[in-house]
Design a protein around this ligand. Structure first.
Ligand code: ADP
Ligand code: ZN
Length: 761
């Protein structure tokens, strides 16, 4: 048979005399982590053929100098070699593939979806510790062997054996049983304890925090009706092995997290793994604690892990020894071999979009993965993004509503205070209504949260004489005044300067601080309520590790009565004694040059308002605003986020903004303003030219700009930007790809492409 086909090939496809020239071999396609964009082919020498495979890294010669470089092997094929000579793979770096075929496919899709370089996507998907393959320290686990002891065990031995029903480290066995390490060693020698694998040091540490006292074991007996329906909506596709995206649209306190927890329970029962994404680990300690409290093997991937620890986690997950992965954005790449469920909590948060290349959105990545694996994706929020909302309205995703709080507490009434009204402003940044609300809560023994989304003391420093505003010397941003020490801090680049006492422009000694930041608000509150215990939570006070948790613990223990803070306080917190939430300046971010400004404002105000009145004492919300009639404010004040969605969607549709179209934003930076403007202009011209020759749906493409970016200068670089918009993301990206192909960027210019940006400054 072999001989037969061989001969047929010889006669039918090629004359015999060509055969001599025909070279066959194995070719590896590799992607460089940086430098070269396109994939390159290399010949695989026979000696390495068994080891070169997709997902491993290989050593290859690059360029004229044949410098040795590490590259990702993304494909291997055997067959005819091309006419031109190929360079040869020099070695193989990894002992096993770092990336499965599915992850390789994902990186290809991501590169297309966000116009990113494949190499940088590959690097983003793998944690640094894995790439540098630092070996983590491993710890042995022990389990009771079940063997009948020849002599009656001592009480200490019995205690250890009882603690060793599941694989446990010697350290934990000693702690739980109260026995010494010597007892454990003896049991191992007697064969009553046996080794049951190893676990790396950091996972062990993560699991151990289970025992932290403050965690409540609070699995409720029954679910509310909407919770049960939501859980069923998740378990139904899960049992059928089918992908589906389920959106839990529920007010804070409606029991969404409990639904995630029980869906994860079922996932583990099926012997599968779950990935749970949260906006930021340090801002959601309560959520993480609840997962740790409920499940044994939880890997919490937070930003304080060392590369070696990260690597350890990665290996434990890849080996299937970790059931639940909780982490921020990049945890979506956790290499779970038996993935059964993906959950994204607070799915509307911006932090799910990466701000540096590759500028991917974890929600889209999660959908791709969940679809490929045939597992449910759960998105939860009290204020779903408009993208998510419109998927539900279109019937592609399933929305489950959890309209009421568990336990029946009512959403608190909201009072809006019109700041344009003179009487409202008579007491600095705290109106009489707000002050009265605070007093009411304190008198009733409740707690207060005040949101002001601007840190620092004053938002700017201005001369009363000539109007001059102190600005950062390297950014086009007003300096924020921070006390003590009259420091002017730039919130763009972090530069700290001393604010002079006289105006640098007219020399008049009339510099005054204007606008209130959280620092000044804290001072003001202390002045108004001298007896109250006040604390502030913003990035200035939360610099040191653990400070965030300490403040929240103190608030929970009611050592703090009034908590002043930025949006940090709006996230994932559940404090039953909060009776008043005050939003000091609701429209602070409403008028930014960003089409998402209204959405973001409505989300923030709705979220923070939901923190009030979660306990039996009831609660109130006071919202101070200069635009009380804005739909974002009106909706938030009525706890009717959906009303805002209904008013906002037609606006987006008319302007072809997401979710009705796609946007590609280009930002050009240069120390030379002319150069930035020229290059932005050049790119815009090329986009227009491509858009002018319509192919299919690219006809409706709009090019906006170039124009100076809203922040026109940052860290001494001038910034210009342009936008391309179109109804169809795929053809829009194709257009951008064509327009930017082969561009030779001038030396003094840098530029980036952001597909479907979440931030337009
Ligand atoms: P969300 O995630 O929507 O803010 P949670 O899941 O945190 O809501 O639930 C709010 C509070 O209600 C939590 O303290 C939680 O333990 C409790 N809870 C949730 N579901 C139930 C239930 N079915 N029965 C009793 N308590 C519940
Ligand atoms: Zn600056």
């Amino acid at each position: 048979m072999d001989k037969h086909t061989g001969q047929r090939e010889l006669f039918e496809s090629r004359p015999a005399w060509v055969e001599d020239d025909l070279r066959r071999g194995t070719i590896a396609t590799v992607v460089m982590p940086d430098g070269v964009d396109r994939p390159l082919d290399y010949l695989v020498p026979e000696g390495l053929a068994a080891e070169v495979e997709p997902g491993r890294r290989v050593l290859v010669p690059l360029g004229r100098g044949n410098r040795e470089r590490l590259a990702y092997c993304v494909a291997v094929r055997s067959g005819e070699l091309p006419q031109h000579p190929l360079k040869t793979v020099l070695g193989v770096e990894d002992q096993a593939p770092l990336l499965s075929q599915r992850m390789l496919d994902l990186t290809q899709w991501m590169a297309d979806r966000w116009l990113a370089r494949r190499g940088e996507v590959l690097e983003a998907v793998l944690p640094a510790g894995v790439r540098s393959s630092r070996r983590p320290r491993a710890i042995s686990l022990y389990v009771a062997s079940g063997q009948t002891p020849s002599r009656r065990p001592t009480p200490a031995q019995t205690a250890v054996l009882e603690a060793a029903t599941a694989p446990t480290s010697a350290e934990d066995l000693a702690r739980r049983s109260g026995a010494s390490r010597a007892v454990i060693s003896r049991l191992v020698r007697l064969g009553l304890l046996v080794e049951a694998g190893t676990v790396s040091a950091s996972v062990q540490r993560a699991v151990r925090s289970n025992d932290r006292e403050k965690i409540r074991h609070d699995r409720p007996e029954t679910l509310s009706e909407p919770q049960a329906a939501a859980l069923e909506a998740i378990l139904d596709p899960m049992r059928a092995g089918r992908h589906e995206t389920i959106v839990l649209f529920g007010v804070t306190g409606s029991g969404k997290t409990e639904v995630y927890l029980q869906a994860v329970e079922e996932t583990l029962r099926q012997g599968r793994q779950a990935i749970v994404l949260v906006p930021e680990i340090s801002l959601t300690p309560q959520t993480c604690d609840r997962f740790r409290a409920r499940f044994g093997s939880v890997a919490v991937l937070h930003s304080h892990l060392t590369p070696a620890e990260r690597h350890a986690q990665w290996r434990e997950i890849a080996a299937g020894r970790v059931g639940v992965v909780v982490g921020a954005r990049s945890a979506i790449f956790a290499p779970a071999p038996r993935l059964g469920l993906v959950v994204i909590d607070e799915e509307h948060e911006n932090s799910f979009k990466q701000a540096t290349a590759p500028r991917y959105h974890a929600r889209d990545v999660a959908e791709w993965i969940a679809r490929a694996e045939g597992v449910p994706l759960v998105l939860g929020s009290a204020t779903p993004s408009l993208e998510t909302f419109s998927e539900c309205l279109a019937g592609r995703w399933k929305m489950c509503r959890l309209a009421d709080r568990v336990g029946g507490s009512q959403l608190p009434p909201v009072v809006t205070v019109d700041l344009r009204d003179r009487a409202a402003r008579s007491r600095g940044s705290v109106s009489p209504r707000l002050a009265a609300g605070i007093k009411w809560a304190l008198d009733a023994g409740g707690q207060v949260m005040l949101l002001l989304n601007r840190r620092g003391f004053a938002t700017h420093v201005q001369c009363r004489g000539c109007g001059h505003t102190a600005r950062c010397p390297q950014c086009d941003l007003a300096l924020t005044l921070h006390q003590p020490g009259s420091r002017g801090i730039c919130h763009g680049c972090g530069l700290v300067t001393r604010v002079p006492s006289a105006c640098p422009a007219c020399a008049a000694p009339q510099l005054v601080s204007r606008g209130t930041g959280t620092q000044r608000l804290e001072d003001e509150i202390r002045g108004l309520f001298p007896g109250a215990r006040v604390a502030r939570m913003d990035t200035d006070t939360m610099r040191t590790r653990g400070s965030h948790e300490r403040t929240l613990d103190a608030f929970r223990a009611r050592e703090i009565e009034i908590l002043v803070g930025t949006q940090m306080i709006a996230k994932g917190l559940d404090f039953p004694s909060v009776m008043l939430v005050g939003v000091v300046h609701a429209d602070a971010a409403l008028h930014l040059a960003d089409f998402r400004a209204a959405e973001r404002t409505c989300q923030l105000v709705t979220q923070v308002a939901g923190r009030s009145g979660r306990g039996s004492l009831g609660g109130r919300v006071v919202v101070q605003t200069s635009t009380p009639d804005h739909p974002a404010i009106v909706a938030a004040a009525k706890h009717d986020y959906e009303a805002f969605v209904r008013s906002e969607l037609p606006i987006r549709e008319a302007l072809l903004y997401p979710p009705f179209g796609s946007i590609v934003r280009v930002v050009v930076r240069s120390v030379d303003e002319r150069a930035a403007a020229d290059w932005a202009g050049h790119i815009a011209d090329r986009m227009r030219k491509e858009a002018g020759q319509p192919e299919g749906s690219a006809a409706a493409v709009r090019v906006l700009g170039p124009a100076p970016a809203p922040i026109t200068r940052l860290r001494d670089r001038f910034r210009w930007h342009l936008q391309v918009q179109g109804p169809d993301g795929g053809s829009l990206r194709e257009l951008v790809r064509r327009a930017t192909a082969g561009l030779q960027t001038p030396d003094n210019v840098a530029w980036i492409i952001d597909v479907d940006p979440v931030e337009m400054l």
